[in-house]
Design a protein around this ligand. Structure first.
Ligand code: GDP
Length: 204
């Protein structure tokens, strides 16, 4: 699947105000600074579709972008930024939880993980919550160019081994680098085939 058009639609903090048509959502989420904006820009081949963060944790919004007039790319706020207040952390949790639980158009979430980091409690907790809530997701390891191929492979393998301690089946995963455009075709292919599948089996 090639991305030919991409345009910003709406930002908000409430699932009720998200677009009401039946186009499917593909949502991107991860810790602040994980490389989410860079990945979205690389995936869509746009320089500034998603803003790369100069102030992590400050853009606490659900951002919808319309892609190919066909589906929504949803840029969700980064979690786990230490310097936001307890109150705004709680609000964040509430509206993101609500988005995931109530957004019937959500087709798949991409959980981003910095390939250099060993499994972090906050990510494991989030993955656990998504699994228990039965929200479809895949893992996307970012910044692969920062490690040698061998080290990158070892990090991924270590991550999956940790998840295997809790889960009978492992989620699908992708290894990417926005800087080198690694993994973009694989992600686009995954989105394309998911869209094909839902167009035949799912009506919202
Ligand atoms: P966000 O806060 O998750 O949206 O992360 P950003 O996309 O703003 O990226 C955070 C930092 O990581 C920035 O300094 C980016 O330049 C850097 N970064 C993001 N993706 C990559 C990548 O694929 N390779 C490298 N080397 N750096 C990256």
């Amino acid at each position: 699947m090639q991305i030919t058009t991409a345009s910003f639609v709406i930002s908000n903090t409430s699932v009720e105000q998200c677009p009401k048509d039946n186009r499917p959502d593909f949502a991107f989420i991860g810790r602040s600074n994980v490389g989410k904006s860079s990945l979205i820009n690389a995936l869509c081949q746009r320089k500034n579709l998603a803003k790369t963060s100069s102030r992590p944790g400050k853009t606490q919004l659900i951002n919808h972008f319309l892609i190919n007039e066909h589906w929504y790319l949803v840029d969700l706020p980064g979690y786990g930024y230490a310097r936001v207040s307890k109150k705004s952390k709680k609000q964040f949790q509430q509206y993101i939880t609500k988005y995931f639980k109530e957004r019937k158009q959500l087709c798949c979430a991409f959980i981003l993980l910095d390939i250099r980091h060993d499994p972090q409690p906050i990510d494991k907790e989030f993955i656990r919550w998504m699994g228990e809530a039965q929200i479809p997701f895949v893992l996307v390891f970012t910044k692969a160019d920062k490690l040698s191929a061998k080290k990158a492979e070892a990090q991924v393998s270590n991550y999956l081994t940790t998840l295997e301690e809790e889960w009978a089946a492992l989620p699908q995963h992708f290894v990417t680098s926005a800087a080198k455009r690694q993994g973009m075709e694989a992600l686009q292919g995954f989105i394309g085939s998911t869209l094909d599948e839902i167009s035949t089996i799912k009506t919202f």
